[in-house]
Write a protein that binds this ligand. Sequence first.
Ligand code: MG
Length: 337
Amino acid sequence: MRLTYQPFELELKHTFTIAKFSRTSTPVMLVQLHLDGFTGYGEASMVPYMGESYASATAFLEQVDMSQFAYPFDFEAIINYLDGIAPGQPAIKAAIDIALNDLNGKLQQQPCWKLLGSDPTQMPVTSFTVGIAEPAEMIQKLKDAEGFKVVKVKLGSKDDKGLINTIRSVTDVPLYVDANQGWDDREKALELVHWLHEQGIVLIEQPFNKTDPDSNAWLTERSPIPIIGDESVQRLSDVAKAKGVYHGINIKLMKSAGMFEAKRMIDEANRLGLKIMIGCMSETSCATLAAAALAPQCHWADLDGPFLTTNNPYKMPGFVDGKWVLNNEDGLGLNLV
Ligand code: MG
């Protein structure tokens, strides 16, 4: 099995602002695995706050020797091998895992979603994310959200209620809220959560800092809306720690080191009675299809990556009634332009 890769700067439609950061593009590493005339495609989306970069990804890939692995693939052995090269760096590990899943599907002549045990009729709607902005810009951004059944909004601004009021002045779709660790006062947070409940908010992501499980657990205990851990839940070992702190977890392939471990996290969350959201970073169709293959096994999906970017190097997958369409092609079902 041979590995190739190219850096790719994924441009964002709007300057993206969340509680702590702002940016206009995302560095992505496109990865391919080649075997027996088939090519599997993968992708690492390296949002700056996660600490990976073209330099770290290249340094990692230069140490990877995939020629030692034969088909049929032992996914567990391969992810253990990648973890042995360096700790952390889940995005570039995910790129290899996604390419491996795509290649595996092509070699087995099966779609990835089928191999992972997903039922396409259970696909949840995908939310469309709008970042923090002034009211006029917010309303403009919401126009991009037409066709989506759910909108996700980033909170943690100076005036969170004002932001929700602005959204509610133009749409009454269900809302997901992401505080991105931006809240710091328990009582104020609880008051806001009750108010958000009245505004039809469906769930709240990561209210307090990921290093403050006590405050997150305090709010979870009292909240009428599901509280979801995102930044505090990266890989499989974090799922058990989320029990009692959050109602559910947000799984992202760029945190979990790919599809193999994400599937294990889903199974573990189900075992523990935790709700499951599947999310994304700024991603092309490639990582989006990889997450969509698992989305029917999750309660909520936030897989809007390709809608928030302007230079997706792949064809846009099917999207109908606010949901990704899983096709019957082998592997991820990714189509080159
Ligand atoms: Mg989040």
